[in-house]
Design a protein around this ligand. Structure first.
Ligand SMILES: [Zn+2]
Length: 102
């Protein structure tokens, strides 16, 4: 059953208080990001878009975000009360070399 909690789409997204994955790495920039800060820095409606983009990219074999500790691709899920967190994806990050940046 889906929850019926109404969220103001213009409000900022909420992260779960104690996520299992506390830090993630952007596979584009290589930057380590704090998971809660990443989630709570964007609006709810925007995060819903980002969440599906991240999931689609991961399913297509080019994940955008990985666990900062083990390097496995992660995606965003939400709890029944609409708090977001990162979860380890089923696919592993391809071990291909990063293109050199100028
Ligand atoms: Zn990990």
């Amino acid at each position: 059953m889906r929850g019926n909690i109404t969220i103001d789409p213009l409000a900022c997204a909420t992260a779960v208080a104690n996520p299992q994955i506390r830090e993630v790495r952007s596979l584009k920039s290589g930057q380590i990001l704090e998971a809660r800060r990443f989630i709570e820095s964007v609006r709810y409606d925007r995060l819903v878009q980002v969440r599906s983009q991240i999931k689609q990219a991961m399913d297509a074999g080019s994940p955008r975000v990985a666990c900062a500790i083990c390097g496995t691709a992660v995606y965003i899920v939400s709890s029944p009360d609409k708090a977001f967190f990162f979860r380890i994806g089923s696919r592993t990050v391809p071990a291909r070399p990063r293109p050199a940046t100028a």
